[in-house]
Design a protein around this ligand. Structure first.
Ligand code: FAD
Length: 428
């Protein structure tokens, strides 16, 4: 394996994937004076990328991995209820089993605490890191800094989540409680059956993730990055040094590469010498179109009971959530999109009861998820010149800004700003 002393500048870096992680990596690599090529077979901001259709949260407090103690008891239910908030398609179970076993093993309280501590180092200050880049890209208006809400029926329901909130408190995260009238004043359109909420001030959100991705790419191109349309399939490494990225369009000569291909990164990671456990954890959204809806979420809100996030985007009210394990290519189950739409109608009784098909848009996305809820960031086994940057699961938009900074630090031989050992791709 080569050492950081051997790095020769300027380096030509191929960033594989133009989702949030790839684009942030590219921008920070440009900041370091590197020559950058962006490689993707989809356009930046395309619906194919998870970065397009997420709930937009830039939530530095999202440190609790999506597992809960005793979760293994619920697996039969996940298999039986194909439309529940978490479901596993039977046919996919054999392939999912190794990932699932590790996922269930990570659902212990001590492990959740350890994961939360590591994730906090990565996601801390997410909103401000995004704001800084968004300003430079001329789209600061897309980043809202007014916090987010977690909504419960009552304080008793909030208390059921006491473990997660306790871990957050240990990490220095603070929030304000809103009950009854104070919640009504803040969220007048929300069904009054939801009587308790916490407001996390340090969080923010992006009001149009697809447009944000397009703007980040335009900014990178304006600063000299080039765009290559193609699909990476592997690497040419000679004596530990990267010589080229292999693509369906031929080889791209380079001396560094970043694997930021989201849920499709597993095969590329294997080509770079690392067998990682990475699943496409499918999620859905429904957008009720319209900037001026009769009823909406004034603040982005996570509703624990339904395991969804409701965010008023530039384009309409987006309800995002659901976890579905099926093969990457399996056809979308749009009934799940309809469930998202129906949850919106439950949450906001002022929305019209009948919505024309053209008023609602559905989307399926694929979160790049590891079983322990932590991404892979760091050098690859086959060559120091290849950097892993994927696996951010439910919090990839938020984490992308700091991940991009870290990728640039690794590319230029600087010490990364946080401890990367929990995020090693060699941990599996
Ligand atoms: C319903 C839902 C809600 C979510 N809500 C939030 C939220 O509120 N906040 C948050 O932080 N996160 C959220 N997420 C998660 C977040 O969207 C993802 O973690 C994040 O977008 C991942 O970004 P990425 O750049 O790694 O991957 P992607 O955005 O998926 O981008 C990967 C890119 O790589 C390209 N690619 C793939 N293979 C190759 C190849 N071989 N060669 C070249 N290019 C390739 C793809 O075309 C794609 O453009 C949500 C996800 C879902 C599904």
């Amino acid at each position: 394996m080569s050492t950081s002393q051997e790095i020769v500048f300027p380096r030509h870096v191929v960033v594989i994937g133009t989702g949030a992680v790839g684009l942030m990596s590219a921008i920070h690599a440009l900041d370091e004076g590197l020559q950058v090529s962006l490689l993707d077979f989809n356009e930046a901001g395309s619906e194919e990328a998870s970065s397009y259709g997420n709930a937009g949260w830039l939530s530095s407090h999202s440190v609790i991995p999506p597992v809960e103690p005793g979760m293994w008891k619920k697996v039969p239910g996940y298999l039986k209820d194909s439309l529940g908030p978490l479901s596993i398609r039977w046919r996919y179970l054999p392939r999912l089993t190794p990932w699932l076993l590790r996922n269930l093993a990570s659902a212990r309280r001590d492990r959740i605490r350890t994961t939360a501590r590591a994730l906090r180092t990565l996601v801390a200050d997410a909103r401000n890191l995004h704001l800084e880049v968004a300003r430079r890209a001329g789209v600061a208006h897309l980043i809202d800094t007014s916090g987010v809400l977690h909504i419960y029926r009552s304080r008793r329901h909030f208390d059921n989540d006491a473990f997660g909130w306790g871990v957050r408190r240990e990490l220095g995260i603070t929030w304000q409680e809103l009950e009854g009238e104070s919640l009504r004043r803040r969220e007048p359109d929300l069904d009054p059956a939801f009587g308790f909420a916490v407001h996390v001030d340090e969080a923010g959100h992006c009001k149009n993730p697809g447009a944000y991705m397009q703007a980040l790419q335009a900014y990178a191109l304006a600063r000299g990055a080039t765009r290559i349309s193609g699909r990476a399939s592997g690497f040419r490494v000679e004596q530990g040094r990267l010589k080229a990225v292999l693509t369906d369009q031929g080889e791209i000569a380079c001396d560094a590469a970043v694997i930021a291909a989201g849920a499709r990164s597993k095969a590329l990671a294997a080509q770079a010498g690392d067998r990682v456990q990475l699943e496409s954890e499918r999620g859905y959204h429904a957008v009720i179109r319209g900037q001026q809806l009769q009823a909406t979420a004034r603040t982005p809100m996570m509703v624990s009971e339904f395991k969804v996030i409701a965010t008023q985007m530039e384009t309409g009210l987006r309800i995002a959530g659901q976890v579905e394990f099926a093969s990457f290519e399996a056809a979308p189950d749009w009934r799940r999109g309809e469930i998202m739409r129906d949850i919106a109608l439950k949450l906001f009784p002022g929305l019209p009861r009948t919505l024309a098909p053209e008023d609602v848009q559905f989307w399926l996305g694929r979160r790049p998820s590891t079983p322990d809820g932590m991404p892979c960031i760091g050098h690859a086994r086959a060559s120091h010149d290849i950097i892993h940057a994927y696996g951010h699961g439910h919090i990839g938009l938020g984490c992308s800004a700091r991940t991009g900074r870290i990728v640039a630090q690794l590319l230029t031989g600087q010490a990364p700003e946080i401890d990367l050992s929990p995020f090693s791709a060699q941990r599996f």
